[in-house]
Ligand binder design. Structure first.
Ligand code: F6R
Length: 342
């Protein structure tokens, strides 16, 4: 069942080129939902864990590509916050059974919001509550750690944005597939040997790479049990500086685009405080090479391809670190595939 892979997680990581394509197409076909979003007076997204990280990413893309403000809330906090009427609320849940997400969605419905579910499981509870459902095409995910279901959510969001005709995404499918395929083969061994020797790690990024850093840190902590904290790179100086030393490496995403120079400046500040840096960026970036101790190249491409490539590299760093530490990768301690209690 693992198709020759040692763990489901690795098998699922390798399925991602197809999963992105499938999920993008499924969401892109939802014309009525895209239209609903385009006409919305406000858009809110609610989710937990990895699904929340995918939702944060949607916010960056939607605001940049469509100029549509998007509010993103943790489903477990939503009950303590106001729910404006007439909003379109998107609830994102791979399993479709997460209790906090279901409660938040019910609250949105009670406030007369139009609701959309994005889920990977046909007929799951979330689909019975939401007005509209978009299925992601990831197929069953056996590993507790979400990998392909995250890429599927990112694809669904990009398919929806394409449907809203905010950007020309005709080349996205192809560029993302190439980026994922290439990143499945990148050598991550130096990063793994650094990570597997420490007890704390930072993951930093700016802009679209901030939510990607959050997701990278989540993956690392849940399967390797190493304390990994995702941070917006600009925030590191507002507290975490006190923790920086040669014992606290950082995985840093530094790709040309918005915030690139600021990111380099943040990395120099961290380096000056002793932090070993694992830089994820372009292979020919001499500025990054100068500041980073280890450089992991990702292929050049559009923003979606960059996100997908960095995600895959981070998933593989987490996987091989957990493997080196002998962890129970597909079934990490204390975790379940769906969290059905609040
Ligand atoms: C992390 C992970 C969890 C889930 C979270 C929400 O790898 O799997 O953080 O993302 O429990 O689950 P769903 O998406 O099923 O609502």
């Amino acid at each position: 069942r693992k198709g020759g892979f040692e763990h489901f997680m690795l098998k699922e990581i390798f399925e991602q080129p197809d999963v992105f394509q499938q999920s993008f197409r499924l969401a892109n076909g939802h014309n009525s939902t895209s239209m609903l979003l385009r006409r919305a007076r406000g858009i809110s997204v609610i989710a937990c864990g990895t699904s929340y990280n995918a939702s944060l990413l949607f916010r960056y893309f939607a605001e940049k590509e469509c100029g549509v403000p998007v509010r993103v809330d943790l489903a477990s906090e939503y009950r303590y916050l106001s729910t404006p009427e007439d909003e379109v609320v998107i609830a994102v849940s791979q399993s479709g059974e997460t209790a906090d997400t279901l409660s938040a969605l019910k609250k949105a419905k009670d406030s007369n919001c139009q609701t959309i579910a994005i889920t990977n499981v046909q007929g799951s509870s979330i689909t019975r509550i939401a007005d509209h459902t978009i299925y992601t095409g990831a197929g069953p995910e056996m590993s507790v750690a979400a990998t392909k279901s995250y890429i599927a959510q990112v694809a669904a969001f990009s398919g929806l944005l394409a449907g809203m005709s905010c950007s020309d995404t005709s080349s996205v499918e192809c560029s993302v597939r190439q980026a994922i395929e290439e990143s499945l083969l990148t050598d991550v061994s130096e990063a793994v040997s650094l990570c597997s020797k420490v007890s704390t790690l930072f993951y930093v990024g700016r802009g679209i790479f901030y939510p990607v850093a959050l997701e990278g840190a989540l993956k690392m902590k849940e399967i390797s049990y190493i304390h990994a904290e995702g941070y917006a790179a600009g925030e590191i100086k507002h507290g975490p500086f006190a923790l920086l030393s040669k014992e606290t490496p950082a995985v840093a995403v530094c790709l040309p685009g918005d915030g690139y120079q600021s990111m380099l400046a943040n990395l120099r500040e961290m380096k000056a405080r002793g932090t070993p840096l694992i830089g994820i960026g372009y292979g020919d970036d001499i500025d990054l090479k100068e500041v980073a101790d280890v450089c992991i190249p990702v292929p050049k491409g559009d923003a979606y391809a960059q996100v997908a490539a960095v995600t895959v590299v981070m998933q593989r760093i987490a996987y091989y670190t957990a493997l080196a530490l002998g962890r129970d990768i597909d079934k990490p301690r204390n975790l379940a595939k769906s969290v059905t209690v609040e």
